[in-house]
Ligand binder design. Structure first.
Ligand code: UGB
Length: 598
């Protein structure tokens, strides 16, 4: 009580609130005024931040925690009363007429879109110390994830504007959610690369705060073991993105500038933008308020399953059920084998890849009601079966894909399934964990993420008529992968399949050991026969035709051991480097018509 005299009126209110909420232990060790006063004030600065950053403040956080901890202790099933079933959604086939129609529609709508990238996670599972956005998505060009995302959005912007020249000043906004762990390096990455070509005011960083840790079932807040004047904190999860978008006021700004769609995506999926135009097309044509992009999912794969839940009282919702909950839910509802593959070789529940498209008007309406608060969960590790104490402190968590849980039944919630080879290749697992993934399930590693990009580009060119040699199978970091020709193009060269078809003219072929890098808008494959490496850099005014035979020693993938610390971490986690032995590099910096080959 004596310490109250050093506090401001606002801090006194916070102290009273904590005492009323059973948090007196936070002060029990406080010495007399005059001792550690600076630390005491910084304690209240932290309390004030924690209070401001949670919808409803710390009182709500503590109340929610008590209730969820009680449910957890009682073993309450979060899906009590619900029966799972397989929902029906839009299943798309790459390259068919419907797919191409949806892609065109998606490009048209892109100028009404805003993108939100959740990038507050550090990627402990990957064993990479830097931020994942700075990691090269592939090492043929060395383009990092963030550069690829920004260039894809800029290409969408340009393509969309071309379809409606009247709105050509539209800039597609990008919000990046960061955390204390990722904020400074994300900003530095952007600044040191001139925002990869975006206007600085086109990109906005919103930092999520961590939440207070909980020491026991009474939701007593945990003190930091290294600082008795600090509350221990941990990440609250990607679900924070909704509250941040709401409180920052950015959604209303978007609405006023004509934005209609908000597209959420994650930090390391090098394929995602191949799936964006068609899925945005689905949202537009179906008028979905919520559209989740999903891929066929292998049973027990570490991605959530899109599930229809029907309650005994008749309520239904189509929602992601997280991978660790799907199997117990199925077993508890009469599916004795749990989460298993069906005759297709996949789980009947499509896999959630956390790419959500929300219709802005309905999103704002909903957030005005909820303030962005998302259904939370708690996952305490108990010391023993009495469930009376924890092995270590816990905290509440939330996931962005749980947004539809609070929606009224009138909301149009759908999902779109696309081939995984086209849409999903995240980089999440370190080499040792990836090598332990059951055979046939995706590794989700830096190795598989990179190989998936080459495979997708090869398959797309094949579909457009190029003769692409079959892949060879190789093993990197203990993971067996298909190695296709290393074909890369900038998003400006082709965003959708019809772009690719326009750029591929007559009979071309690419051998398996080849590498092709296209950086230029008007580069055409016209009878090229490639066996080696070709790199084309051309300004948009230069029209370049690749014809005839190009043959050289090329670029060779060389195995490295991930434990060999003489290589940088971003190479070790993929298990190979590229030995650039010989290549044809052509740079076109002046406008004109050019032809290379033979
Ligand atoms: N992230 C944040 O921005 N803040 C946080 O506090 C935490 C994460 P993970 P996770 O697509 O493969 C999700 O850790 O959470 C960002 C879905 O829940 O990579 O295990 C982080 O930077 C799951 O249903 O994934 O699983 C990253 O960009 C499935 O869809 C993103 O959130 C799975 O992703 C995801 O974080 C998947």
């Amino acid at each position: 009580r004596k310490n109250l005299q050093i506090l401001s009126p606002e801090q006194i209110e916070l102290a009273k609130m904590l005492l009323c909420e059973g948090q007196s232990h936070l002060f029990s060790h406080w010495p007399e005024p005059g001792v550690d006063d600076r630390s005491k004030l910084s304690f209240f600065e932290q309390v004030s931040r924690l209070n401001a950053s949670y919808p409803g403040g710390l009182v709500s956080y503590i109340k929610n925690a008590r209730s969820l901890l009680a449910d957890s202790k009682a073993g309450k099933n979060p899906f009590d009363g619900f029966t799972p079933s397989v929902p029906s959604g839009e299943v798309l086939t790459f390259g068919d007429d419907n797919f191409m129609m949806l892609e065109e529609e998606g490009i048209r709508e892109a100028q009404n879109a805003a993108f939100v990238l959740v990038a507050g996670g550090l990627g402990e599972r990957l064993g990479y110390k830097g931020i994942k956005l700075a990691l090269p998505s592939e090492i043929t060009t060395g383009t990092c994830f963030l550069q690829h995302y920004v260039e894809s959005i800029l290409a969408l912007q340009e393509a969309s504007c071309k379809l409606s020249p009247g709105k050509c000043d539209a800039q597609i906004p990008l919000v990046i959610m960061t955390s204390d762990d990722t904020h400074a390096p994300t900003l530095q990455l952007l600044e040191s690369h001139s925002y990869f070509g975006m206007k600085t005011d086109q990109v906005k960083l919103l930092k999520q705060e961590k939440v207070a840790c909980l020491a026991d079932n009474d939701a007593r807040l945990a003190l930091d073991p290294n600082d008795k004047y600090k509350i221990q904190t941990k990440p609250h999860g990607h679900g924070d993105v909704h509250a941040l978008l709401h409180s920052s006021g950015v959604l209303n700004q978007w609405k006023n500038s004509g934005v209609k769609w908000v597209l959420f995506f994650q930090d390391t999926n090098g394929l995602l933008f191949k799936a964006i135009p068609a899925s945005l097309g689905v949202s537009s044509i179906k008028g979905y308020h919520v559209n989740s992009l999903s891929v066929p999912r292998k049973a027990k794969e570490a991605i959530g399953g899109i599930t229809k839940l029907t309650h005994a009282d008749g309520r239904t919702m189509v929602i992601n059920v997280e991978y660790n909950q799907l199997d117990p839910l199925l077993r508890a509802t009469g599916h004795a084998d749990g989460d298993v593959n069906c005759e297709t070789g996949y789980s009947p529940f499509p896999g959630n890849i956390n790419q959500l498209i929300l219709e802005l008007g309905q999103y704002i309406e909903e957030l005005n009601k909820t303030k962005g608060a998302i259904a939370e969960f708690v996952n305490p590790k108990y010391k023993d079966s009495t469930k009376t104490s924890f092995k270590s402190s816990t905290r509440l968590e939330c996931m962005m894909q749980d947004y539809p849980k609070t929606l009224p039944s009138s909301a149009r919630v759908g999902f779109t399934v696309m081939d995984a080879w086209l849409a999903y290749a995240p980089v999440k697992n370190n080499p040792e964990d990836a090598a332990k993934v059951p055979k046939g399930n995706p590794y989700h590693s830096a190795t598989s993420g990179e190989m998936a990009i080459y495979r997708a580009n090869s398959l797309i060119l094949r579909k457009a008529g190029v003769q692409i040699a079959d892949p060879v199978v190789d093993v990197f970091n203990g993971q067996e992968v298909e190695v296709w020709p290393r074909i890369m193009w900038k998003p400006k060269w082709a965003l959708i399949f019809s772009d690719v078809r326009k750029k591929v003219l007559t009979g071309c072929s690419v051998s398996q050991r080849s590498t092709m890098v296209i950086s230029g808008q008007n580069v055409f494959l016209d009878g090229l026969s490639l066996d080696g490496t070709i790199v084309i850099n051309a300004i948009s005014g230069a029209e370049v035709k690749l014809t005839g035979s190009v043959q050289n020693k090329g670029w060779i993938l060389k195995h490295i051991d991930y434990k060999d610390s003489s290589f940088p971490e971003e190479m070790r986690i993929r298990g190979f480097i590229i030995d650039k032995v010989e290549q044809l590099v052509m740079n076109y910096t002046e406008p004109g018509k050019f032809c290379i080959g033979s």
